[in-house]
Design a protein around this ligand. Structure first.
Ligand SMILES: Cc1cc2nc3c(=O)[nH]c(=O)nc-3n(C[C@H](O)[C@H](O)[C@H](O)COP(=O)(O)O)c2cc1C
Length: 434
């Protein structure tokens, strides 16, 4: 029997405008700031029994490309974005089980504030919350929080280590049976079962305890995407689920997963407790020709707007890519304090070839009928060994939601490789189901 795998959705470009340039825009594009299209997505995911949706985030209007914010605003690329934590309760109210994972940066939140927010969301969703733990990368965001630039790349992960330690201890500061609710005594909570954490570290100081009981999951699942050696080390230590591009081949996916699992074992963790999910951008239609046509149209459209992708590369690395010749290989000496794993992949390639692979959405080509794409996904996961896929499409429309949730996923379910019903209520339990 085939081993089942997990499905999640990466809401790339966060809580921002989605379908405004689509052929199927919906009649409510000017109301992009309302939760409606995201609610439709979450309902589709609940029907299809996805594990979770990550709501990407960043909190600045970037100006790295050509020293100007114009291209970002022109394409609604990275801006505008509303706060992902605001979206979560709307999605939770509209669905029953799908997990909800807002992105919250350790460079922007104080640990107590973040621990409290996530604890509150875990209570009110009855255990469906995860935390996408990021360090931030673009200096423009650091400038919105009182700094000139971000800390050095690897030190950000040192900060994240201490941050995750404080946050997880706050989440566990109340014993599971601390709330007594004894009306006669009277005793709401037993003080002997609630402890301060008295943390004094290199970066943070926090007394605790958190001012709310342990939430349904207690220690909320942590999601992480660090791709550099230091990032992977952090993820192996803390993450319950890791999201990654995967490198575009079965070999690279397998190698990445094996490395994470080995590092996790070195930290004394059970590697099976970490679910590695690989980005996938399926393009689905009723026939192979129709799907390929759509793929060609998407690529042609992307190639018409090279500055959209150049500005994205600039934002991730802090390097202004308008300075380079499109057809000259990028110099080997380039360094970044932003996404090191992304830059490492680009060095030695020409910007044009990087953009072409961007416009084809890099990675493995999942273009075809639901039957074809479902079969391909099943085969790939079988070879990689796990643990699942993370669907993404930055500017999806409602048609895309249906294609994936009501076309592709039923094919995966028919093959017995993804779940047909949730076995549990909590996100962590669903992640650990297989
Ligand atoms: C699928 C995926 C989702 C990510 N989501 C976010 C995000 O929402 N916000 C953010 O600041 N960074 C995000 N990142 C960036 C990662 O947190 C990390 O900075 C990046 O992968 C580079 O890792 P490195 O610095 O270890 O090379 C994401 C990365 C990936 C691959």
């Amino acid at each position: 029997m085939k081993k089942p795998f997990h499905l999640a959705w990466f809401l790339s470009q966060g809580y921002g405008p989605k379908s405004w340039r689509s052929e199927f825009p919906g009649s409510d594009v000017h109301r992009w700031m309302m939760p409606d299209i995201f609610v439709d997505l979450a309902k589709g995911m609940d029907r299809a029994c996805f594990d979770y949706m990550i709501i990407e985030d960043s909190s600045n209007v970037p100006y790295t490309y050509q020293g100007s914010h114009n291209s970002y605003l022109q394409y609604a690329a990275s801006a505008p974005k509303l706060d992902p934590a605001v979206l979560v309760p709307y999605l939770a109210m509209a669905t029953k089980t799908v997990g909800l994972v807002p992105t919250l940066s350790v460079s922007e939140y104080p640990p107590y504030l973040l621990a409290r927010l996530v604890n509150s969301l875990d209570h009110t969703t009855e255990g469906r919350i995860g935390w996408n733990c990021v360090t931030g990368s673009n200096d423009g965001a650091a400038q919105n929080y009182g700094h000139e630039k971000h800390r050095p790349h690897d030190e950000r992960y040192d900060v994240a280590d201490e941050f995750a330690d404080v946050v997880t201890r706050l989440w566990e500061a109340w014993e599971p049976d601390a709330v007594v609710l004894d009306r006669e005594k009277p005793m709401f909570a037993d003080g002997s079962k609630v402890r301060a954490i008295n943390h004094e570290g290199k970066y943070f100081k926090c007394r605790g305890p958190i001012n709310a009981p342990r939430s349904p999951q207690g220690r909320v699942p942590i999601c992480q995407a660090g791709g550099s050696p230091r990032g992977q080390q952090f993820a192996s230590r803390w993450a319950d689920t890791i999201i990654t591009e995967g490198g575009g081949s079965i070999e690279s996916m397998k190698a990445y997963r094996d490395k994470v699992r080995q590092q996790a074992a070195e930290y004394g963790r059970n590697p099976d407790d970490i679910k590695v999910l690989f980005l996938a951008h399926p393009i689905i239609d009723v026939s192979m020709e129709a799907a390929r046509d759509r793929g060609r149209m998407e690529a042609a459209e992307a190639e018409k707007h090279l500055d959209l992708h150049l500005s994205g590369m600039s934002r991730l690395t802090g390097i202004d890519f308008s300075k380079f010749d499109l057809d000259e290989p990028l110099p080997a000496h380039l360094t970044t304090n932003g996404h090191q794993s992304s830059l490492a992949k680009w060095i030695g390639k020409t910007p044009r070839s990087i953009l072409q692979s961007y416009s084809r959405k890099g990675g493995i080509d999942f273009t075809g009928t639901p039957d074809y794409v479902g079969g391909l996904m099943a085969e790939i996961m079988q070879e990689v060994g796990g643990d699942g896929f993370l669907i993404f499409n930055s500017y999806f429309d409602r048609r895309y939601i249906i294609e994936v949730c009501d076309g592709l996923v039923p094919e995966l379910q028919r093959r017995g490789v993804t779940r047909k019903a949730y076995a549990h209520k909590h996100l962590r339990d669903n992640l650990l189901e297989f």
